[in-house]
Design a protein around this ligand. Structure first.
Ligand code: F42
Length: 145
């Protein structure tokens, strides 16, 4: 078993602790927005350690859209590199936990469709894309069974 390595971002680590520690019954939203959050668990591509990242919940049928916005920062979040290297994730949505595989969505029509869903759920994504020169990566997490 790999070791869990908490995020160096204190607020992300605190959210993970509350969300997972309560079995998905507390700490379910982004601060004062009231908007729902999921927890993505994956393996670090260098350390092999277990990484956990809170992200906004963007649903497309049985799939989830993961938006690597990082508040419009100039660089991609580190989890992007981990997911590109190893697409197997566990995704917690409140009390449900799913084994999923992610794929990066680059085909323009598909990306545009998923991006529109994401912005509807969380409008600041639109501002983050304007703020940064990078194209914000979008992943689709699909159930493995
Ligand atoms: N971030 C988003 O990008 N999108 C969202 O929708 C989003 C929503 C959200 C909701 C609630 C909340 O609490 C946080 C939210 N965040 C959202 C922030 C998100 O949780 C992450 O903090 C943010 O995306 C930054 O991701 P990050 O992976 O860059 O995290 C940093 C703080 C981090 O943990 N870095 C580690 C570090 O030590 O620098 C990562 C280390 C790592 O993964 N190392 C790999 C390894 O092998 O272990 C190697 C990676 C490599 O290749 O270097």
């Amino acid at each position: 078993m790999s070791e869990y390595i908490p995020s160096p971002s204190a607020w992300a680590a605190a959210q993970v602790e509350l969300y997972e520690g309560s079995g998905g019954t507390e700490g379910l939203t982004l601060r004062d927005t009231g908007l729902p959050v999921i927890i993505v668990t994956n393996q670090g591509r260098k350390t092999g350690g277990i990484r956990k990242t809170p992200l906004m919940r963007v649903v497309d049928g049985k799939n989830y859209v993961l938006v690597a916005s990082r508040g419009g920062a100039p660089k991609n979040p580190v989890w992007v590199h981990n997911l590109r290297a190893n697409p197997s994730v566990e995704l917690r949505d409140e009390t449900e936990v799913y084994a999923m595989k992610v794929r990066e969505v680059v085909e323009p029509t598909e990306r545009q469709r998923l991006w529109a869903i994401a912005v509807e759920v969380y409008p600041p994504y639109h501002d983050y894309q304007i703020k940064t020169e990078r194209i914000i990566p979008v992943f689709l997490a699909e159930p493995t069974k």
